[in-house]
Design a protein. Structure first.
Lengths: 290, 121
C-alpha cells in the first residue's frame, strides 16, 4: 500500500492527517506500507512522536514500513530529531541543540524516560527555563508518561519528541502511545459502551476522575497539568481516538478528529521565558496533611 | 523503641532512589507500611532523598489508605517528614481527593453511566 502524507502541522489538521493514515492502514497485515512524503512540505518536529506511534502500531501487525520522497526541508527536521534514523536515513547533527530527539520507550522503562527528560529537557540549546519552571515541567512530563503506563496498554510503549524554538521562547513536546485510548478506558470503567471519544475526554479531564481499577484514587495528573499550563501561558493538545482537545488561556475546546487515531497523544507547549515562581507554597504544614 | 515512637519509613530507600514517579513504586511504599499501620504502629514517612514526586505515586502510596482506614486512624498513626513545601501541596491534594473518592465511590460515576455519544464512526 502507498500512502501520500500531506504536511503535518502542530494543529488539529496535523492530527487529522495522521488519524487518516492510521485509519487507511488499520487492516494492513503481513504487508508493506510506503509512506510517500512528496506532498509533505512541512512537518512539525514534535508530531514525529504521533507518526512514530501510528507507524509503530502498523509495524507490530507484521508490516514493513518504508518512507520515501521526503523533501529536503522536511528531511532536515526529521533527520535532526532522529525520527528517520529508524527508516535508514542518516542522522543530522543538531548543531543548535534545540531538538528533543525522537525516542520510543517501553511503558515499564521509567528509567529510560527519566534519562530522556534529564538529558533533553534542560541543557543544550534549552537552558533558558528557570530552575523552578524546569522542575515543575519535568514533573508534568512524568505524570503524562505514567498516565500512559497505567492506562494505555500500548504494546509499543510511547513515542516522545520535541522541539524548542528560541525565537518564540516556546517548547513543544509530544508523548504519544498507540494503545486503547481514553474512550476504551472510560467505557470499561463506566460500563457504558456508548460513551463517545469526546465525552470520554470530558470525563477524564475532570478532577478526581480516573479509570484506574483497584483501590487507588486518581485523576489529578491532568488537573495539575492544566493548572501549570494556565499559569505558564502554554497550551495542551490531547488527541485520543476520535476526540481532540485544546486547553489555552483557560479555554477548553473539544472537537472531533477526521478519523480514529489509535491511542492517546499529548502535546504540551510551554512558554520557556516564564518567570513565575512555581514554588507551590503550601499553606498547610506537614502536620496538617491528613 | 516504644510503640509511641514512630517507625521511620524512608520513601527513597523503599523505592530505591529519589524518583517517585510511578504508581508501581507508590504501591511498594503502601505495601511496606500497611502491616505496621494494621498493627497500630505509628509510621513517619520520610521524604529525605526524594527528588521528584507525582500524584500517581502518592495515590498508590498514601491515597488508597483512605479505603482501608478511617480518616482519624490515619491522622493518629501516619506522619510525614523531610518533605518540601511543593510536595506537601501535592500530598494535600492527593489526600483531599482520596477522601472525596472513598466517600462518594458509589455515586462518583453514576451521572455518566447513561450518557450516549453520537460521534463515533
Amino acid at each position: 500500500m502507498i500512502y501520500a502524507l500531506p504536511s503535518i502541522s502542530n494543529t488539529k489538521s496535523g492530527f487529522d492527517a495522521l488519524a487518516l493514515l492510521a485509519k487507511s492502514s488499520s487492516s494492513l497485515k503481513f504487508s508493506d506500507l510506503e509512506v510517500d512524503f512528496k506532498n509533505c512540505s512541512f512537518f512539525a518536529a514534535n508530531m514525529a512522536a504521533v507518526l512514530g506511534a501510528v507507524l509503530g502500531r502498523i509495524e507490530l501487525a507484521f508490516n514493513t514500513v518504508r518512507i520515501v520522497n521526503v523533501p529536503e526541508k522536511v528531511q532536515t527536521i526529521l533527520r535532526k530529531n532522529e525520527f528517520l534514523k529508524g527508516f535508514d536515513f542518516e542522522t543530522l547533527s543538531d548543531s543548535n541543540g534545540t531538538t528533543l530527539p525522537f525516542r520510543r520507550i517501553q511503558l515499564d522503562d521509567t528509567t529510560r524516560f527519566d534519562g530522556y527528560i534529564r538529558r533533553h529537557v534542560r541543557g543544550k540549546g534549552i537552558p533558558i527555563m528557570s530552575e523552578a519552571l524546569s522542575s515543575v515541567f519535568k514533573r508534568k512530563l512524568y505524570e503524562v508518561f505514567e498516565n500512559a503506563a497505567i492506562h494505555s496498554n500500548s504494546e509499543m510503549g510511547v513515542c516522545c519528541c520535541g522541539q524548542y524554538f528560541p525565537n518564540k521562547q516556546c517548547l513543544d513536546i509530544t508523548i504519544a502511545d498507540a494503545g486503547i485510548g481514553i474512550r476504551q478506558n472510560v467505557r470499561r470503567h463506566l460500563h457504558n459502551n456508548d460513551i463517545s471519544s469526546l465525552d470520554a475526554l470530558r470525563w477524564a479531564l475532570q478532577e478526581g476522575h480516573s479509570t484506574k481499577t483497584g483501590p487507588h484514587p486518581g485523576g489529578l495528573g491532568l488537573q495539575f497539568l492544566k493548572e501549570f499550563i494556565q499559569k505558564n501561558g502554554g497550551r495542551i493538545r490531547i488527541a485520543s481516538r476520535l476526540g481532540y482537545y485544546i486547553f489555552y488561556r483557560g479555554n477548553e475546546t473539544f472537537s472531533k478528529l477526521a478519523a480514529d487515531l489509535p491511542g492517546t497523544a499529548v502535546t504540551i507547549s510551554i512558554n520557556t521565558a516564564d518567570t513565575t515562581e512555581y514554588c507551590l507554597n503550601s499553606e498547610v504544614s506537614a502536620d496538617e496533611i491528613f | 523503641m516504644t510503640m509511641d515512637e514512630p517507625v521511620i519509613a524512608n520513601v527513597a530507600t523503599i523505592v530505591g532512589g529519589g524518583l517517585c514517579v510511578s504508581s508501581e513504586d507508590g504501591q511498594k511504599v503502601h505495601d511496606k507500611i500497611i502491616p505496621l499501620l494494621r498493627e497500630g504502629r505509628k509510621v513517619a514517612l520520610s521524604f529525605e532523598g526524594v527528588e521528584t514526586v507525582i500524584s500517581a505515586f502518592l495515590n498508590a502510596a498514601v491515597g488508597q489508605l483512605y479505603g482501608e482506614f478511617p480518616e482519624d486512624r490515619i491522622r493518629e498513626l501516619l506522619t510525614v517528614r523531610d518533605i518540601s513545601t511543593d510536595d506537601i501541596a501535592i500530598m494535600k491534594r492527593v489526600v483531599e481527593n482520596a477522601k472525596r473518592y472513598f466517600a462518594n465511590k458509589q455515586t462518583y460515576d453514576e451521572a455518566w453511566k447513561g450518557v450516549v455519544g453520537d460521534d463515533e464512526e
